[in-house]
Design a protein around this ligand. Structure first.
Ligand code: BGC
Length: 296
């Protein structure tokens, strides 16, 4: 890059540099200090569970754009997972897809050994795979539905963290990011299993962070609010329920998957090296009691 003298904002870029800057959104420049702050995950191996669509797919793409090698995990969407892998490759990144049911311990062990063989031991685990479950009131519900939500949303992250820790502890380094939800704080009638699992995952984040703090391993959570993904399409896809949802958010918009991808690369990077055992809310102020904006 050539800087024109006395003109710090004007630069003549080669085509390669231009493409690199376009690709690398996870990048900021402090012009006053003439220094760059870069999120660089080059050489890191990342597993993002449930990354064939929605939040997971965005997190996988951001990790790859920051230079990491990404294991794109899927349960039922092989074709979609392969599409994400192809998008990452087209963008100059490195990724492969891997199958597994995170709610089954043996599947998770197999998933990790396959990643070991293809990539090596992971450095960063993003426990993203999750399900909302059906809207059911306790007493009128089917206990097996409750169990399923706990299995996928709480046991899944535990099984994956267990395998990750075995690989991270000997190397005294690693990051585990658990994707919880605004519902780790905000109760959600009809979704008691989901809210309980997410609150449990939040406490798991803290207890595990404490357990691993002497091993150079950080454990953090991201709590997304209402992000536009296939999981809640029936809500934002309908004008009436969309309005109801927007009324529950302090900022005047739904979240985008990029909002979560950006938070994830930051927390995975050394820029967050003193952050552990805490949750970053990425919810546009959904947890701020937005009704109180207009009095109370
Ligand atoms: C759920 C979404 C919901 C959002 C806000 C998320 O955890 O997965 O379905 O729209 O919380 O309620």
């Amino acid at each position: 890059m050539t800087l024109l003298s006395g003109q710090p904002f004007v630069a003549i870029l080669s085509y390669h540099e231009y493409c690199l800057i376009l690709r690398c959104d996870a990048y900021a420049m402090d012009l006053d200090k003439k220094s760059k702050v870069i999120i660089d995950l080059t050489g890191k191996i990342v597993l993002v569970t449930g990354s064939s669509s929605g939040l997971g797919a965005a997190i996988a793409k951001y990790m790859a754009r920051a230079g990491a090698k990404v294991a794109v995990h899927y349960h039922s969407g092989k074709d979609r997972a392969d599409e994400i892998v192809n998008e990452i490759k087209k963008d100059g990144g490195f990724a492969m897809s891997f199958y597994g049911d995170v709610s089954k311990k043996d599947d998770v062990m197999k998933l990790f050994s396959e990643i070991d063989s293809s990539f090596g031991p992971i450095d960063i685990l993003v426990n993203n795979a999750g399900i909302d479950g059906k809207r059911e009131l306790v007493g009128d519900d089917v206990p097996e539905d409750w169990e399923k939500v706990i299995q996928v949303n709480l046991m899944g992250p535990y099984y994956c963290a267990r395998e990750a820790v075995k690989r991270m502890k000997p190397r005294k380094s690693g990051v585990i990011i658990n994707i919880t939800s605004v519902h780790e704080y905000v109760p959600w009638s009809g979704y008691t299993a989901y809210s309980s699992a997410k609150a449990g995952l939040s406490m798991f984040t803290k207890a595990l962070a404490q357990e691993l703090s002497d091993y150079g391993i950080r454990v953090v959570a991201i709590a997304p609010g209402a992000i536009k993904t296939p999981i809640n399409k029936d809500v934002w896809g309908n004008p009436e329920s969309l309005k109801d949802l927007l009324d529950k958010i302090a900022m005047p918009r739904l979240g985008e998957v990029d909002d979560i991808g950006q938070a994830a690369v930051f927390l995975a990077s050394d820029l967050a090296s003193y952050i552990t055992g805490t949750t970053l809310l990425v919810d546009g102020g959904m947890a701020l009691y937005p009704d109180f904006k207009h009095g109370g």
